[in-house]
Design a protein around this ligand. Structure first.
Ligand SMILES: Cc1cc2nc3c(=O)[nH]c(=O)nc-3n(C[C@H](O)[C@H](O)[C@H](O)COP(=O)(O)OP(=O)(O)OC[C@H]3O[C@@H](n4cnc5c(N)ncnc54)[C@H](O)[C@@H]3O)c2cc1C
Length: 337
C-alpha cells in the first residue's frame, strides 16, 4: 500500500525529520515486481531505502520511497570448504554476521555491527577492519527497474573498489538488489592484523580466538569509538579516505611529518581522512546543531535539530579547510538525496 506524506525520521540514521510524498514497504519479490510494472511510471523519482544509514536527505523527498523488508537467509549450496549463503536484501547486515558467527562460518566477522541492510552492502562494497564484502561476495540477483527482469551479477560484474561498485556508477538507479550470495569458509581464517583487534583479544583473555571472539572484540571496539545513531544522529564515516600518489605524500610529509599512511598495492598511498580533519581543528567541535564527533572526527553528527542542509554545509566547510591545508579534496562516502 502506498501512503502519502510519511515522516522518514525513524528511517534515516541522521534522524532527519523529512517527509516522503509517497512511501511503501516491500516484503516479497512479487511485491517489488508489481510495483515496478504498475506504479513506477507514475513517479519521476524513486528511492530504495534499507536502514538509511548511508544517506543524507537535503530536503523533503518528492517521490516514492520504497522501504525494503524482504528478509531471510538460506544455504544455497556447500562444498567441503565453503557454504554459499543467500541472504535477501532487506535482512539486517549484522543479523547475517551473527548468523555466520553462530555457525562458525568465517569471512564477515570483521564486518560486525555495520548498520544497514544486506542489499545496500554491495552498493559501496562495505568494509572495516581489513575486510570488504568483495572478499566473500559470490553473486547477487538484481531486478531491472525498467523490465522487472532478474539479472545475476557476479563478483567481476560488480566492479568493486574502495567504497565503490557499478551500482554507484554506470548502473546507478537502474536495479533493485534483491538477494546477495556470500561464500563463507567452513574453516575460518582469522584476519587480526588491523587496528586494535589483537590488543582487544588479549585484553579479553582470548588465547586461541574463535570468530565469535573476533566479532565480540570488534563490537566492543566499535561501540567505544563510534557514536550510536540511536543517541546521536550520524551516518558513520562521512568522507572516504583519500588516495594520493607517493610523490604527493612525500611532499606533504616534509610539511607534516606525523601524517599517517597506508601503502596500496598500486603504489599509491591512502591517508586517513579523520587525521586530515582533526589537523584542521574540527574534532569534537560543535557548529550549531552539527559538528565532528569528539571520538571520531570523520563522523559528522546531528546533535538533534540539524537540517540536512546544515549538515551538508558543515561537510563542505570541512572539505574546503582540508583542501586549503593539504591540497587534498575529500570525497563523500554518504549519498546525498
Ligand atoms: C554508525 C555507523 C557506522 C558505519 N560503519 C561503516 C563501516 O564500518 N563500513 C562501511 O562500509 N559503512 C559503514 N557505515 C555506512 C552504512 O552502514 C553502510 O553503507 C550500509 O551498507 C548502508 O546500508 P543501508 O541499508 O542503511 O543503506 P541506505 O542508507 O538505506 O541506502 C544507501 C544507498 O543504497 C541504495 N540501496 C539500498 N538498498 C538497496 C537495494 N536493495 N537495491 C538498490 N539500491 C539500494 C539506497 O537507495 C541508497 O542510495 C556506517 C554507518 C553508521 C551509521
Amino acid at each position: 500500500m502506498i501512503q502519502s506524506n510519511i515522516s522518514l525520521k525513524d528511517y534515516n540514521t541522521f534522524g532527519l525529520d523529512i517527509t516522503a510524498s509517497s512511501f511503501c514497504v516491500v516484503k516479497s519479490k512479487t511485491e517489488i515486481i508489481n510495483l515496478i510494472q504498475n506504479e513506477f511510471s507514475k513517479y519521476a523519482k524513486k528511492l530504495f531505502l534499507g536502514g538509511g544509514s548511508n544517506i543524507l536527505f537535503l530536503k523533503d523527498y518528492g517521490g516514492l520511497v520504497i522501504k525494503n523488508e524482504i528478509k531471510g537467509i538460506e544455504i544455497e549450496r556447500e562444498t567441503d570448504e565453503y557454504v554459499y549463503l543467500k541472504s535477501y536484501s532487506g535482512t539486517q547486515w549484522n543479523d547475517l554476521v551473527l548468523y555466520c558467527v553462530d555457525k562458525n562460518l568465517g569471512g564477515i566477522e570483521n564486518l560486525s555491527l555495520i548498520p544497514g541492510t544486506v542489499g545496500a552492502a554491495p552498493m559501496q562494497n562495505i568494509g572495516a577492519y581489513g575486510v570488504e564484502i568483495k572478499d566473500v561476495f559470490e553473486s547477487l540477483e538484481a531486478i531491472d527497474l525498467t523490465t522487472g527482469e532478474t539479472i545475476i551479477f557476479n563478483n567481476n560484474d560488480c566492479q568493486f573498489g574502495y567504497r565503490e561498485s557499478i551500482f554507484k556508477n554506470q548502473q546507478k538507479n537502474k536495479f533493485f538488489i534483491y538477494s546477495v550470495t556470500f561464500r563463507l569458509n567452513k574453516k575460518p581464517v582469522l584476519n587480526l592484523n588491523y587496528g586494535d583487534i589483537q590488543k582487544k583479544l588479549i585484553e579479553n583473555g582470548c588465547v586461541n580466538p574463535t570468530i565469535k571472539d573476533v566479532s565480540n572484540a570488534i563490537i566492543e571496539i566499535r561501540n567505544s569509538k563510534l557514536p550510536n545513531p540511536k543517541e546521536i544522529g550520524n551516518a558513520g564515516s562521512f568522507f572516504k579516505n583519500p588516495e594520493v600518489s607517493i610523490e604527493k605524500y612525500s611532499e606533504l610529509f616534509l610539511l607534516f611529518p606525523s601524517m599517517p599512511k597506508y601503502d596500496l598495492p598500486n603504489g599509491n598511498v591512502k591517508i586517513p581522512a579523520a587525521w586530515l580533519i582533526e589537523q584542521c581543528g574540527f574534532k569534537g567541535k560543535k557548529y550549531g546543531n552539527t559538528g565532528n564527533h569528539a571520538k571520531q572526527a570523520l563522523v559528522i553528527v546531528n546533535y538533534g535539530n540539524a537540517s540536512g542542509i546544515e549538515i551538508y554545509n558543515h561537510a563542505i566547510l570541512v572539505q574546503k579547510e582540508v583542501e586549503i591545508k593539504f591540497g587534498i579534496l575529500l570525497s563523500a562516502e554518504v549519498n546525498f538525496i
